[in-house]
Write a protein that binds this ligand. Structure first.
Ligand code: ADP
Ligand code: ASP
Ligand code: MG
Length: 402
């Protein structure tokens, strides 16, 4: 049996018309001799009746903070509804289908609600459903704990379900269907002439996903990479061939820069030793932040000052810690950390100079930078995010990739 896992995101299953397109993709796979295993997300985006964020808005913040078991059960409902609606549509097309929850599909997790780790995937039920000539329609984003409670795998986690099933079923490939043509040189909502990247390596996509490009979940890339299963990102609403992710990707690109992505709502913090009158707690700060699970990035430690960024949602917890330590600090809220990604930037002189030139030309102030072998990061004030990404996209001629 040649299995293909086809995952359809929230926008792909949001309306009857779109689900018709989904059925076309499923039937095409069947015609090509594949046995499709379908994974679905909750229907629609925030504001639409059964979308995950809409379900979350039904309950109090107190429940959200204090009862993660309840919240996972609530969030799991969106995908379960979606499996039944999709199954109904398939049956109406005379396609035999059976809906399965994550647990019924064999996804066993720990009980780290909201971001559960998958302990095991047992594909027996899915294989049984396939053997009987049915299309399994699996609820993405969820599993079941040893105690039998529904757990979720982290926001955007239906991609992870698809990759895990791909590995467990030894699938020929995992197809992620969404509302854009594939992985682009930048988010097409930010850069109108972003180009489609036809082939790309697992490593580079992982950088994209990890640095904020929501088009695929970074854990899905990791899972597929470990087992070397080809991942393809495609548009449900178009016949475009999409983006293929494998290990050949890097060799085919001529550009030094592959693409640009960003993370918003970063807060830049400065703590100065002088301003804190040599308070000894200054030297303990990073330890205390780690103990309190506040993660930092763009960390620059100088003899007289430490500069780093934190997630905007952590600012009140951070402020509380600083007051306890009796440390003063200054901060800039609502910054964006822009990531300029390219596995070929390693060892090439002048890339940072170019980046700064393009941003300076547009009068965009760079608050901080950092770099690795594959990525250069620039922190800018949030209001300049779109302008900065577009300036870099034009500067590196990313709209001209064929
Ligand atoms: P789904 O519901 O199908 O999982 P998501 O909203 O999670 O869809 O991901 C698709 C979205 O990712 C696109 O609508 C696009 O705005 C966004 N995106 C961000 N960066 C990129 C990129 N580099 N290439 C393509 N899409 C991107
Ligand atoms: N519905 C879930 C979310 O919104 C999972 C997903 O879409 O992949 O995060
Ligand atoms: Mg998604």
């Amino acid at each position: 049996m040649k299995i293909v896992v086809q995952k359809f995101g929230g926008t792909s299953v949001s309306t009857k018309e779109r689900r018709e397109m989904v059925i076309e993709k499923i039937c095409e796979a069947k015609k090509e001799g594949f046995s499709p295993v379908v994974v679905v997300s909750a229907m629609g985006r925030k504001g639409e009746s059964y979308a995950t964020d809409t379900l979350l808005s039904l309950v109090s913040d107190k429940l959200k903070d204090e009862n993660k078991l309840c919240i996972d059960l609530l969030m799991g409902c969106g995908e379960i509804i979606s499996t039944v609606v999709m199954t109904d549509d398939l049956l109406n097309h005379k396609e035999k289908a059976i809906p399965l929850t994550g647990g019924q599909a064999g996804i066993l997790t720990d009980d780290n609600y909201g971001n559960a780790n998958v302990l095991n995937v047992n594909p027996e039920n899915i294989l049984e459903v396939l053997k009987e000539g049915n299309i399994p329609v699996v609820a993405g984003f969820q599993g079941i704990s040893k105690k039998g409670y529904i757990t979720t795998l982290g926001r955007g986690g239906s991609d992870v379900t698809a990759a895990l099933l791909g590995v467990a079923l030894n699938a020929e490939q995992v197809e992620i269907y969404t509302d854009v043509d594939g992985i682009m040189t930048a988010d097409p909502r930010i850069v109108s002439d972003a180009s489609l990247i036809k082939e790309i390596s697992y490593n580079e996509v992982f950088q994209f996903a990890d640095q904020g490009a929501k088009v695929i979940h970074p854990r899905a890339v990791e899972v597929a990479m470990k087992s070397n299963i080809p991942l393809v990102i495609k548009n449900t609403l178009s016949p475009s061939k999409g983006t293929t992710i494998n290990n050949n990707g890097d060799l085919k690109m001529d550009n030094i820069i592959t693409g640009i992505t960003h993370m918003s709502d970063r807060t830049q913090v400065r703590v100065s030793l002088k301003e804190n009158n040599q308070n000894e707690n200054y030297y303990e700060l990073l330890n205390v932040l780690a103990q309190n699970e506040i993660s930092l990035d763009l960390i620059n430690v100088f003899p007289e000052e430490s500069v780093f960024t934190i997630d905007g949602k952590d600012i009140s917890k951070f402020d509380h810690i600083m007051k306890n330590l009796n440390l003063l600090y200054t901060y800039t809220e609502n910054c964006s950390k822009i990531a300029i990604i390219g596995s070929r930037i390693r060892g090439i002189p002048g890339v940072m100079a170019k980046i700064l030139n393009y941003l300076n030309k547009d009068n965009i102030k760079v608050l901080q930078t950092s770099d690795s072998h594959t990525t250069i990061w620039c922190l800018v004030e949030g209001e300049y995010t779109k302008q900065a990404i577009n300036a870099l996209h034009i500067g590196f001629k990313l709209g001209e990739i064929k």
